[in-house]
Design a protein around this ligand. Structure first.
Ligand code: LHQ
Length: 260
């Protein structure tokens, strides 16, 4: 696929989308939003893709909306429409795709860039990474799903603090708050992420996808509803070849070979 603002590759079951506007810290202009949406559509369409990695070229994950681009427009845009046509779609793609999404947070993730990292299922951070809910610094409210994801990840008090102070949260603090799954030395980031993504891609793809669906649904459910939904999805998972293989491999004391 021909992209200018992102790089896309899909190898051995793992699709990697790399934000590639390093001179502006991978800030999102319209083209980068559109290209990321197309790339995510491709990850959903391609059955060979079993895990998705999002990362950034250079020293940033993404600095969020390209503010120079917003400022330079002759015709002012409706921010609501901009969100509905762009970031909202992108965040929903990440959350609704029934494949695991890993954010390899290589540097600063600010504004909508932070929101996109938070929408992923797993965040592995370089020790150089940081998270900034930069919105309030420019007089805006958190968007790109941050009002939904952030309180769920770190609790209301820390989420509100991040939102109204726009303070930079270091990778170490993010780890202690449960905002990221792991922090690794910068030079090892992509190696560690490759180990995660290979392992997820070799997992029982349908069960992993249903796990993601069930957890997101359960957030809005009562316990009886969640228990019922789990039992319905378990019926589906229990009828797969991967379940049979999982049990057989356990009994035969060997590693499972899941086919998804
Ligand atoms: C940038 C940006 C940037 C353009 C760095 N844009 N160039 C949704 C709906 C509609 C509209 C509005 O927004 C939204 C959602 C949002 O995302 S709002 C929040 C937008 N993002 C921000 O407010 C973050 C702005 N950036 C920063 O605060 C800093 O750049 C951070 C803290 C990310 C990094 O600081 P430094 O490491 O000191 O780098 P720097 O500031 O020197 O930036 C390096 C270059 O990148 C620089 O360009 P230059 O030509 O001067 O070298 C910056 O202008 C450019 N850049 N962020 N968002």
């Amino acid at each position: 696929m021909d992209f200018e603002t992102i790089e896309y590759d899909a190898i051995d079951g793992v699709a990697t989308i790399t934000f590639n506007r390093p001179n502006s810290l991978n800030a999102f202009n319209d083209q980068m939003i559109a290209e990321t949406i197309v790339a995510l559509k491709e990850t959903a369409r391609d059955p060979a893709v079993r895990c998705i990695v999002l990362t950034g070229r250079g020293r940033a994950f993404s600095a969020g909306q390209d503010l120079k681009d917003v400022e330079a427009r002759e015709q002012k845009i409706s921010f609501g429409e901009h969100l509905r046509q762009g970031y909202n779609k992108l965040v929903l793609q990440i959350v609704q795709i029934e494949k695991p999404v890993i954010a390899a947070v290589n540097g600063v993730a600010a504004g909508a860039g932070c929101g996109i990292a938070l929408a992923a299922d797993i965040r592995i951070a370089s020790h150089k990474a940081s998270f900034i809910q930069a919105f309030s610094k420019v007089g805006l409210i958190p968007d790109s799903g941050s009002t939904w994801t952030l309180p769920r990840l770190v609790g209301y008090a820390r989420a509100f603090e991040m939102a109204v102070t726009a303070k930079r949260v270091s990778a170490e603090t993010a780890l202690s708050w449960g905002l990221v799954n792991d922090v690794v030395p910068d030079e090892q980031l992509m190696e560690v992420v490759a180990a995660w993504s290979r392992s997820l891609a070799a997992g029982p793809a349908l069960a992993i996808g249903l796990t993601k669906r069930a957890m997101h649904k359960a957030i809005g459910m009562s316990l009886p509803e969640a228990l019922l939904y789990e039992s319905q999805l378990q019926d589906i998972a229990g009828r797969t070849q991967d379940f049979n293989e999982g049990v057989r491999s356990f009994l035969e004391k060997r590693d499972p070979e899941f086919k998804g």
